[in-house]
Design a protein around this ligand. Structure first.
Ligand code: ZN
Length: 483
């Protein structure tokens, strides 16, 4: 009689909420351990700092880790050599976890709190923290896979290796290829200078390069024989500035010169500008782009130069999901353990000397609710969110007050400050994935909210028909004659 009683007691214990929550805690801790173990890979990706669609080493490093952890890895998805999908488990629910790994130009920096350009690199730097983004997400996926392998969770975890987030719109091509169609939810996060969570959105965006072709001539000896491609570009930029006044509230227009001649005494025969137009609604961006195009056409017409347009595609705004956001926010708040040690405090104080405003370090202990707000930037996560209920959050991987896309963000990314933020992100992702895989009602509520917000609208990517990913969008125009 004793034995069956003992066996029953064990069974009761297995089914009890305390055992379930202990298993969940163990999985969450495991995600933190895996992230900490993968920190050298994050640092390696930080050092490589590869441009969008050229992240060959970074993507392979992550795909190799996934393969070693027993995932089935498919490399080169959606016609993109550096995009991959790593999957573990079988059947539903399919939980997607997104990861990124591209860097930004002109922002090479050492891990020092003063502006020091890292020598020997390609000029790129991880100013958006995507080196920790990919690693934290993959680490969480591995921790969830271990639970599936042990039979404690049922379903599939899928890590998406997403390249070229910075202007390359890779996830729009991945979404168009149907890679997210069978997912129940998609989880993502982003490094930042504070912890935030909530059902926030972002700006939709279209990117294009305008190239002008003119006629070279001696700028002093025979200017009448020349037609300046740079003039075509300058006039386009001026027209864009005038256009700005007559756009709907919330519009953002920005541009940079990626090619503009090489010598003051030569009329430039080639010039190239990189343009963005953004707005909180994709449908508005779609209406603004033809007007931006007219600016370029006007620039070419007035300067008698020839215009070539490279449409790089666009990304739609995030469709937020309050059901999922509540879960992620609760988990981030419960798990937040961010605190600086003496070395990190010294680094942070020194770095803050480069800022006008000093944000107090006690903000690290908080999680800001950003529900109903816009991140102010754009992300191709937006395209995923129209296909599948999606949720994200931010953890403080940079010193409070650090702007994204700055050398200070790159500097923080090479320190244990980023490691701590990355580990917290991995644990929060694992906790959220665990909650969703063990609560069918939550998944159903998220799906219902998603359908309600879509209100019958279908996902329409801001891509041209049959458009191929702009794999060379980070290449600067080569000087003529050097090809
Ligand atoms: Zn980013």
């Amino acid at each position: 009689m004793r034995r069956p009683a003992a066996a029953l007691a064990v069974l009761a214990l297995l089914a009890s909420p305390s055992v379930a929550s202990a298993q969940r805690d163990a999985a969450v801790n495991r995600a933190g351990e895996v992230a900490a173990r993968n920190w050298p890979t994050a640092l390696q990706i930080w050092e490589w700092a590869e441009p969008g669609y050229q992240e060959t080493r970074s993507a392979n490093a992550l795909a190799d880790i996934a393969e070693k952890a027993g995932f089935k890895v498919t490399r080169g998805v959606a016609g993109i050599p550096t995009a991959f999908v790593a999957e573990f488990g079988s059947g539903g629910p399919v939980i997607a976890i997104l990861g990124e790994y591209d860097a930004l130009p002109e922002l090479a920096q050492t891990a020092d709190p003063v502006r020091t350009i890292r020598p020997g690199g390609n000029g790129y730097g991880h100013a958006c923290g995507h080196h920790v983004f990919g690693v934290a997400s993959l680490s969480a996926a591995i921790a969830i896979a271990e639970e599936i392998r042990a039979g404690r969770l049922r379903g599939t975890v899928r890590f998406y290796g997403c390249p070229a987030e910075e202007g390359g719109s890779a996830k729009a091509f991945m979404a168009r290829a149907g890679l997210f169609n069978d997912c129940a939810v998609a989880l993502h996060w982003h490094p930042g200078s504070r912890n935030t969570a909530g059902d926030a959105s972002c700006l939709a965006r279209i990117a294009a390069k305008f190239r002008f072709y003119g006629v070279a001539a001696h700028a002093a000896g025979s200017p009448e024989k020349g037609r300046s491609a740079l003039d075509g570009l300058l006039l386009t930029m001026h027209a864009t500035e005038l256009l700005r006044e007559h756009t709907p509230d919330g519009t953002r227009l920005h541009h940079t010169v990626t090619g503009g001649g090489g010598a003051a005494n030569v009329v430039p025969e080639f010039a190239e500008g990189f343009f963005y137009v953004r707005h909180p609604k994709a449908e508005v961006v779609q209406k603004l782009y033809p007007r931006l195009l007219k600016c370029a056409q006007g620039g070419a017409l007035a300067t008698e130069t020839k215009l070539e347009v490279a449409y790089l595609g666009g990304t739609v705004e995030i469709l937020p999901n309050a059901t999922l956001a509540r879960v992620a926010r609760a988990n981030l708040t419960a798990l937040n353990d961010l605190k600086y040690d003496a070395d990190e405090t010294r680094f942070a104080l020194r770095l803050q000397e480069t800022f006008e405003t000093k944000v107090p370090f006690d903000t690290l202990a908080k999680v800001e609710d950003v529900s109903g707000k816009s991140s102010g930037g754009s992300t191709d996560v937006g395209d995923v969110s129209w296909v599948v209920p999606t949720v994200g959050f931010s953890t403080a991987c940079w010193v409070p007050g650090t702007p994204g896309h700055s050398w200070q963000a790159v500097a923080c990314g090479g320190t244990t400050i980023a490691k701590k933020g990355m580990t917290l992100a991995s644990r929060t992702l694992a906790a959220t994935a665990h909650d969703l895989m063990t609560n069918a009602k939550l998944l159903a509520a998220a799906k219902e909210e998603h359908a309600r917000l879509l209100a019958g609208r279908a996902y329409t990517p801001l891509l041209e028909k049959d458009q191929r990913p702009p794999l060379d969008y980070r290449d600067l125009p080569r000087r003529r004659g050097t090809e």
